[in-house]
Write a protein that binds this ligand. Sequence first.
Ligand code: ZN
Ligand code: ZN
Length: 584
Amino acid sequence: MNRILLAAIFIAVLTACNQKSVNTSADADKIFDTFKERFVEKLWEVNPGWATSQGYHKYDSVLVIPGPEEDKLVLAFADSVDTWLQQWKPEALSAANKTDWQLIKNYAEYTRFYINEFKGGEWNPSNYNVGGAIFDVMDNRNAALDTKLKAVNSKLKNVPAFFEAAKGIIHNPTKEHTQLAIDQNKGSLYFFTAVLPDSLKASGLAATEKEEMTKNIAAAKQAVEGYISWLEKEVQPKLGDSARSFRIGKELYEKKFKLDVNSQYSAAEMYKKAEERKAYLTAEMGKLTEQLWPKYLGKTKMPQDKAVAIRMMIDEISKQHCNRDSFLPTIEKQLPQLTAFINSHNIIDLDSTKPLKVRKTPEYMEGGGAGASINSPGPYDKDAATYYNVSLLNGYSAEEAESYLREYNDYVLQILNIHEAIPGHYTQLIYSNRSPSIIKSIFGNGAMVEGWACYVERMMMEEGYNDSPEMWLFYYKWNMREACNFILDYNIHCNNWSEQQVKDLLVKEAFQQEAEAKGKYKRATLTQVQLTSYFTGLTEIYELREEIKKKQAEKFDLKKFHEQFLSYGSAPVKDIRALMLNGN
Ligand code: ZN
Ligand code: ZN
């Protein structure tokens, strides 16, 4: 299909579903469901790479060449979607469809914002990298190797043109994103030197096909190397002090916050809440330190400076940690304890038919740093298992391992398990998968997802899970990090904060390590707004709960609140809020 022709047929295809008259709300929902199906099909046709990454493999062989024509096509799609949505009154739809309507509308708005105003394609050279496009095809566990290689081979033919186009689009990039593009593209060379040649050897393709693909691999590799050396030799030397700043500024920040986070508050309003929370946490951590001092540091005089005293207390209690060989089994052992507490305290119904599998993070998913995260199946592969990936400390020196284990000490490890697993991300995912909306799977709201995981940390503490002052101290430290993530991201992008200011905040006021602060600063130079999602989601969910609690008084049921909240799928909290307060 000619990609330019595609644009012309959007309106025809999408409006075709609204021909019938809508007499009842049941009709409205039925017609809307048809629209959604067509919308998703078109969405994937317009964004084949995104489709593959979501596990939809019809367009695996397509590598889109970026450029103004492509932008036009994507914009035309967004406009036609909008035109179509405007014919509807979302009030006529069911709760599930109402939120889908909002999410699709948000997609159209975001698309226009990204191409017309944000223009990441111009100043972020790391947008151009084919590693992910190859990985997502090869990673498909449901396809035969030969099929996958044929798809990749067809993509490879476009790789040289892809990077030529990229060079034409890039204009006044930031230093940070240029360096990122160089590093990441160097990482992708591995596909051409190892992954693809090895897979090709193991495949059943005919000798002529192998020969052709070998040529395409070599040409693609050369194109990636050419792009890297262009960035290094022609772009980087010109990036002086007048190069574009990675800081996006207040105006773009507010807009991106509105579309990414989709909160009822503006970024500036939420920033104030983060500052307030930080002040509260500092005071509470001070009180806990005084309370714990005799037990742990009775022989030492408590320093006048409260921040210094808190830091000493944290360092002292952090010595309580598991050893490096028992990291994974310790996590594994905690999960049934969490489940038991949740069941006995009527917190939320846990699906006992889908137990979580704890495993060592597979080699190819290791991102360098240790840690633990949930690896969930995509919307097209719901039956695949969900794993709790735990990175072992294999590459760590004794000193590095000790530092890491102190950070994830006996108390913090429990918070981590609540956040990642039960009743955090893993539990939310099970509920989200019960809401059959593919729209919510594709456009899932990051602030709702992270907010839930942060909300349950606080909720579990308040319900009395490990009600010790030590545990509260570390929960507050963790919560402080969530608030400070907001504060630093906002200040870096809107108020010109330097790396030193970020370090001062995180090390002196949030009791983190230098290395963590350095990594956080780097992350905030490369992303915008994402770091605010934790605190924003948490705050909005907590406020919603308190409001409903007040409204329902003695009728309030925590378990019912949780189950209803999660029943809408990963929609923005502000949309769930509207549905819950209106008694839907
Ligand atoms: Zn130790
Ligand atoms: Zn999380």
